[in-house]
Design a protein around this ligand. Structure first.
Ligand code: C5P
Length: 227
């Protein structure tokens, strides 16, 4: 069977990663969560105190990019790869609301984007990959064989993210999560470098109207048409 690249883009908490993980498992492909990479850079900036109050010192972050090394390691118990920053597993640290508040500011920086995009392109060199993010079908793999663009209402997405955070024991309010979802949408769609847009050849999937099973079947049919 032909190996392809599957690019899944869309707003935050539209269920991209759930779908991408299901597809990767079914097809025996590698799954790459590019949001985790941007989150790890945001966490790195926090660790190094490049953030004070609401201000991010972009110059200091850019200067220290050569010291930032990211890699994924597959965890067979979980069935997917976890994010490592400079050799340390940071899966828990990168999923906090604090990191969510900073990440879109980090993702606006062109130097950060070019470093991560290059690494993502390397990971897809041999195809057989499902990658999710904001710019996968437009910038990272403009020639991906299959491009999906996921949507859902902000309230549906905030509820999903809120449930996830509460389940992990984090103390957050629904209003704070909704506000963060809206702010990130705004920054992600308005930034100069690689804004979130639907690629002209992407297929839109609205996650608020389909069940997970229906959505998976629909996309799997699209994959089968390509391989
Ligand atoms: O996917 P997730 O919500 O974890 O992504 C976190 C943030 O990382 C996004 O809100 C966006 O600002 C940034 N991002 C990006 N490009 C990607 C993936 C994520 O700018 N390919």
């Amino acid at each position: 069977m032909k190996k392809i690249i599957i690019a899944i883009d869309g707003f935050s908490s539209t269920g991209k990663s759930t779908l991408a993980k299901q597809l990767a498992k079914q097809l025996g492909y590698v799954y790459v969560d590019t949001g985790a990479m941007y989150r790890a850079v945001a966490f790195f900036a926090m660790q190094h105190h490049y953030v004070s109050e609401d201000h991010l010192d972009k110059n200091k972050l850019v200067d220290s990019l050569p010291d930032l090394h990211l890699h994924f390691e597959f965890n067979p118990e979980l069935g997917f790869a976890e994010m490592f920053l400079n050799g340390k597993n940071v899966e828990t640290e990168i999923r906090t609301l604090e990191v969510s508040r900073l990440v879109s500011k980090v993702a606006e920086i062109s130097e950060v984007r070019s470093k991560l995009v290059e690494q993502q392109q390397q990971m897809g060199k041999h195809k057989a990959i499902v990658m999710d993010g904001r710019d996968i079908g437009t910038v990272v793999f403009p020639n991906a064989e299959l491009k999906i663009f996921m949507t859902a209402s902000p309230e549906t997405r905030a509820q999903r993210r809120y449930d996830e955070l509460v389940e992990k024991g984090q103390r957050v309010t629904f209003q704070d999560v909704l506000q963060n979802v809206n702010e990130r949408d705004y920054i992600d769609t308005h930034r100069e470098d690689s804004p979130l847009v639907k690629a002209s050849d992407a297929i839109e999937v609205d996650n608020s109207v389909l069940t997970k099973k229906e959505q998976f079947q629909l996309v799997l049919n699209l994959v089968n048409d390509k391989v």
